[in-house]
Write a protein that binds this ligand. Sequence first.
Ligand SMILES: Cc1cc2nc3c(=O)[nH]c(=O)nc-3n(C[C@H](O)[C@H](O)[C@H](O)COP(=O)(O)OP(=O)(O)OC[C@H]3O[C@@H](n4cnc5c(N)ncnc54)[C@H](O)[C@@H]3O)c2cc1C
Length: 435
Amino acid sequence: MYDIAIIGAGASGLLAALTLSQSKKVCVIEADERVGGRAHTRYGLFSTAIETGAEFVHGNLPVTLSLLKKFKIKYFKVGGDIWEKRNGHFKKDDEFIENPEVIIQKLRELKQDISVAAFLDMYFKDKQYDELVKSICRYTEGFNAADVSRASSFFLLNQLREEEEVQYRIDGGYGRLISAMHERCISQHCDFYLSSAVQTIRWAENEVKIATLNDKTFEAKQVLITVPCAVLQKDDEGKRGIQFMPAIQAKMEAIDAMGCGMVIKVLLEFSIPFWKLPQIREKPGANLGEFFFLFSEEAIPTWWTQRPVENNILTGWLAGPKALSLKNRSSAEILELSLQSLSNLFEVPVSMLISQLKKHHIENWSTHPFAKQAYNYVTPQTKAAVKILAEPVMNTLFFAGETLYDDSAAGTVEAAFVSSVLATDRLLGTAQNKM
Ligand SMILES: Cc1cc2nc3c(=O)[nH]c(=O)nc-3n(C[C@H](O)[C@H](O)[C@H](O)COP(=O)(O)OP(=O)(O)OC[C@H]3O[C@@H](n4cnc5c(N)ncnc54)[C@H](O)[C@@H]3O)c2cc1C
């Protein structure tokens, strides 16, 4: 019998295991054959490590940075030129949204939170605002992976008001932090059970029986559930990924109120950085050789390089409802769309790109069996739902994970870590749990 069983070995589950296994008998039950969840650095596929999930540290995020320091893992600032190609023209841009002040002013007038779509409809219906509306939709979908008809206007206001934050990459990738945490947990005698997808949780006060798809059973006094939101939400057939017996209806209603964002991430390695060739680099009005981000209207609209690291890798990004609409497309079809998008953007033949393409990797997160989503976005219902989920059930069932977060770092590894710190505080019955 374990004191605490943790379900899911992503960022939140690992941090909880790290803290709890210092004083409790803990096991971690993970569906996948590896730890890390949506922080998944792949080594050995390309000439360098690639991030198929989380990639950046979006700002000076306290828990993430303190863990990197604790494990002596270096991180470095990223940045460079941001370009946009619209209607066939390139434009250097350092603002994701032009003239955000007019939007900010109207957002401030809102007395209660409504969806971004309802907000735009209320104030910016006139034709003169078409471009502005499009840019808000692109931002909400592209950056937050959100559906504008469900995304929170208050959250949009927070994002637009915030000073531009510095961004970092982790030297060697998020995988280094994940491995360091995993190893430390093992050294603290925390047991890990991989390839063990939890199917049912039978519970009574201080008594939990967990059964997995591969017929393993576990007993614990308390359980911390850290699986992605989309795993717990009802699927197309109305089934949830984990059954609770007895049912916990209020918690599942809170889960259903959350926004699960979808992303397709495309990684391509070429034999040369073709975008630096003089005939490509010097497009009319543009010098693309040093580009970091390039936004466009193509099927795979957003592309970035590894700057300041110089290599031959491009990352493509499609997020929000458009990513969901390609849910059932094969990797070969997504690759074709990607190469066509790059061909249109850089005005080069697809055949030239194919001849230079060395490696490719497509990660379609909405079809990932143990994630079913990329990351959460904030809806007008999120705040209330987080409060419901954070409240333990009879001091026995606890929840954590990036879903249980509604502040400015929503949808990040930091959100997962913060939720984990709060949950372990509750599990240990201490308000000032130190990492
Ligand atoms: C494409 C993409 C890009 C991203 N970019 C960034 C970024 O640049 N910066 C950033 O900070 N964040 C980014 N994120 C978000 C970040 O990856 C997540 O917020 C974070 O990793 C979530 O951690 P978690 O522990 O809450 O969930 P997860 O990492 O999903 O961990 C949950 C674990 O539960 C397991 N599980 C699922 N079902 C079961 C079951 N039935 N039984 C047992 N185990 C189960 C899963 O396999 C998984 O390991 C990105 C995510 C994606 C997908």
